[in-house]
Design a protein around this ligand. Structure first.
Ligand SMILES: [Zn+2]
Length: 471
C-alpha cells in the first residue's frame, strides 16, 4: 500500500487565506557549484568561436565542403576539432558523431548532404536520458539560394553555436547522470533539415530526449528600434503538443492542459533557475512555439514528440539578419549597415544567455527523470489526489499547484519518496497541478502536468510532415 500523506490543518488554513502554501524550494547540496557556473561562461571563448566561424566567409548549406578555409565544410571540421580538443581536456569524456542525411527540396534544388556536428557526454547514472542543446552553423544572405557571397552569420547563428561549445567546455568538468548532447546543426535556413537529422538520430538511438534547448539568435542586445536590453531573454514554448492526437485534444480541451506541455514546463524550469542564479537575466516566457510566422530547429524535435524550446534575444535587429553586406543608399536607409557581422554581438549578453543554458543542462542532468504516469482525481470531493510512477534516482517528490491563470507554479509541497499524495481541502476544480522528482542531493526535475498533455514521455504519433516556415 502506498502511504498517503495528509497535510496539516495549519497548511490548509494557509491555503484558504490565499497565502503561499510553500515549503522551502529544493536546493542542491552543491548549490555553490551552480552559483559558480552562473558566472563561468567566458566572453573571450565566445568571441574566439564567433570570430573563427565568421572567418569561413559563408557557411551556407550549399557552399564548399572541401576547402579548409571557406564554406560549410571548413566550419564543420573546425567545430568537430573544437569538440575533440575539449574532450582531450577531460580525458576523452566527449564523443563526437556526425549524423547526416541527403535532402532535396524547394531551397535545396540538388541533393545536398546536411551534416550535424554532435558532441555527446554520456551520463554516468541514466545515460539514455538525454538533454540536448542546439544551434545552427549554416548562414545566409538576402537570397537564400546564394551560397557564394560572404554571409558572416555572427548572430544568426554563430552566437548559438558559440554558446553550445562554451556550455560543453564548462560541463565537461562536471558529473552528469543524464547524457548531455551539444549539436551544431546545418541546413536550418534551407528548411530546418539539421534539426530533423538530429531528431531522427535521437529516435534511432532510442534516446529519451527530455528537452532540446534550441539557441538561435542569442547574442544581440540592441533592437532595430533602438531598444537596448541585455537583462532578458525570450524562451518560446508550445502550449499543446505538436503531435497530439485528436482524442488527446478532445480530452485536453475539456480538462485543461493548453498551457502545460512539457516544453512549457521546461520554460518555467528555466525561468525559475534564472530567478535563483542569474540576477542579471530574466527569462521572458513566450507562449508560442516560435516567433510569429517563423520557425527554428526545435520544431523537428517537437514533431518527433520530444519537448523543446527556442531561446532567442529579446530585441532583434532585422537589418542584421539574412542580409547582403551593404550600406543603405536610399532616402529611407541611407547609412544603415546591413549584414550579420560580429559588431552586432554583445558578448556580455551572450555569456549570460550561455549561463542560462549551462545551468539548465547541469541541473536537469543531475535531477532524476520527471515522474511518469501522473494523474489527478478529486471530482465531487474537497481533496485532490495526485498519483505518479516513481522514477529511478528520486529520493523525494514535490507536488506543485497554481491558479489556473498563473504563469508560474505558485505552491509546492515536499511529499517524500512515495507515489501519491492527497491535498486536503485543495479543490481539484480550482487549480492546475503537477509533480516533480528530486534527487537525494537536491536536484529537481521539471514539473509534470497530469495526463497526455504534460507527459515528458515521447508519444511517437505521426506528426505533420509539413515544415514550419523558415526564419
Ligand atoms: Zn537562425
Amino acid at each position: 500500500m502506498t502511504r498517503l500523506p495528509i497535510f496539516s490543518v495549519a497548511l490548509l488554513a494557509a491555503i484558504s487565506v490565499g497565502a503561499m502554501a510553500q515549503s522551502a524550494s529544493t536546493v542542491p547540496s552543491d548549490q555553490a557549484s551552480l552559483q559558480a557556473l552562473a558566472s563561468a561562461p567566458s566572453e573571450t571563448e565566445l568571441r574566439a568561436t564567433i570570430t573563427k566561424l565568421v572567418s569561413f566567409g559563408t557557411r551556407h548549406t550549399m557552399s564548399d565542403t572541401t576547402s579548409k578555409t571557406r564554406g560549410i565544410g571548413a566550419a564543420r571540421q573546425w567545430v568537430k576539432a573544437r569538440f575533440e580538443a575539449i574532450s582531450r581536456d577531460c580525458g576523452g569524456c566527449i564523443e563526437v558523431v556526425t549524423p547526416s542525411q541527403t535532402f532535396t527540396g524547394k531551397r535545396l534544388p540538388t541533393p545536398t548532404e546536411v551534416m550535424d556536428i554532435v558532441a555527446i557526454k554520456r551520463g554516468t547514472g541514466d545515460p539514455n536520458r538525454v538533454i540536448v542543446m542546439t544551434g545552427h552553423l549554416d548562414s545566409r544572405v538576402t537570397d537564400v539560394m546564394n551560397s557564394k557571397s560572404d554571409a558572416p552569420g555572427a548572430n544568426d547563428d554563430a552566437s548559438g553555436v558559440a554558446a553550445l561549445i562554451e556550455a560543453s567546455r564548462l560541463l565537461s568538468k562536471r558529473d552528469n547522470r543524464a547524457t548531455l548532447v551539444f549539436a551544431a546543426l546545418s541546413g536550418e535556413e534551407q528548411g530546418l533539415y539539421g534539426g530533423k537529422v538530429l531528431a531522427d538520430y535521437a529516435v534511432a538511438q532510442g534516446w529519451q530526449v527530455e528537452t532540446d534547448l534550441n539557441n538561435d539568435i542569442v547574442g544581440n542586445s540592441r533592437g532595430q528600434n533602438g531598444a537596448i536590453d541585455n537583462t532578458s531573454v525570450r524562451v518560446f514554448s508550445e502550449g499543446t503538443k505538436s503531435n497530439e492526437t485528436a482524442a488527446q485534444a478532445t480530452a485536453r480541451s475539456y480538462h485543461g492542459g493548453e498551457v502545460d506541455s512539457p516544453s512549457r514546463n521546461m520554460a518555467r524550469y528555466m525561468a525559475s533557475l534564472a530567478d535563483t542564479y542569474l540576477p542579471d537575466l530574466r527569462v521572458h516566457m513566450i507562449y508560442r512555439t516560435d516567433r510569429y510566422g517563423r520557425g527554428g530547429d526545435q520544431v523537428p524535435f517537437l514533431q518527433a514528440g520530444f519537448p523543446a524550446v527556442r531561446v532567442t534575444e529579446s530585441h532583434e535587429d532585422y537589418t542584421h539578419q539574412h542580409q547582403d553586406l551593404r550600406t543603405g543608399t536610399s532616402d529611407e536607409d541611407r547609412g544603415v549597415r546591413y549584414g550579420d557581422t560580429i559588431a552586432g554581438v554583445d558578448f556580455h549578453y551572450l555569456a549570460r544567455v550561455t549561463a542560462l543554458n549551462t545551468l539548465t543542462m547541469a541541473s536537469l542532468s543531475r535531477a532524476p527523470a520527471p515522474p511518469t504516469g501522473v494523474t489527478i482525481e478529486g471530482a465531487l470531493a474537497t481533496d485532490t489526489t495526485v498519483k505518479w510512477n516513481k522514477v529511478a534516482g528520486a529520493a523525494d517528490y514535490r507536488v506543485h499547484w497554481r491558479d489556473t491563470t498563473a504563469a508560474q507554479w505558485q505552491h509546492q509541497q515536499s511529499i517524500g519518496d512515495v507515489g501519491s499524495a492527497v491535498l486536503k481541502d485543495v479543490v481539484i476544480d480550482d487549480w492546475f497541478f503537477g509533480v516533480s522528482s528530486v534527487s537525494a542531493d537536491g536536484y529537481e526535475s521539471p514539473v509534470v502536468f497530469p495526463g497526455d498533455p504534460g507527459s515528458f514521455t515521447r508519444s511517437p504519433a505521426p506528426a505533420s510532415s509539413s515544415s514550419a516556415p523558415g526564419h
